[in-house]
Design a protein around this ligand. Structure first.
Ligand code: ZN
Length: 158
């Protein structure tokens, strides 16, 4: 008999986004678009806490390492991006651009989903909190227990 791929269902713990509760809170707070009712790290209750325009120099470095922030590190000549040697943006410059929606040079700027993910992951690590959901390990879905797999599981116990 051919082995069937196990059926999966949406992870009941993270509801499919694959994030830990704490990482979800960091994500919700990033742009403050969605109000979050989660309890912040350390048991302290916090209201909406936007931090997309309050990133640190270390976080800027993490973004540049991932090839992000090209608006600051590269200059465009005839549609080609060339690395500006020695230019490393300070956090306050990036934060100001995030607030204004453009850089000092008038180039459109905002942190996209990719930046957001990098920053949340980085900050979660710094805070010592898990990034991925502990049930599905970031997959967003878990194996569905069928009658057959349930029986198998029970037979293997003890
Ligand atoms: Zn999950």
């Amino acid at each position: 008999m051919r082995k069937q791929k196990p059926k999966t269902i949406l992870c009941p713990l993270c509801k499919g986004d694959g994030l830990s509760k704490q990482a979800k809170k960091l994500t919700d707070d990033f742009n403050n678009f969605r109000r979050s009712s989660y309890t912040i790290v350390g048991g302290k209750k916090d209201g909406p806490y936007k931090w997309s325009d309050k990133i640190t120099d270390a976080e800027v470095k993490a973004l540049v390492k991932e090839g992000r922030l090209r608006q600051f590190t590269h200059e465009s000549t005839n549609g080609h991006y060339n690395f500006k040697l020695g230019i490393f943006p300070k956090a306050e410059v990036v934060n100001e651009a995030q607030r204004c929606g453009e850089t000092e040079d008038g180039i459109n700027f905002f942190h996209d989903d990719i930046n957001e993910r990098i920053l949340v992951k980085f900050r979660a690590k710094r805070y010592g909190i898990p990034y991925e959901c502990r049930k599905c390990h970031g997959a967003g879905e878990v194996e569905k227990l069928t009658n057959e797999s349930f029986t198998k599981l029970m037979m293997n116990v003890g």
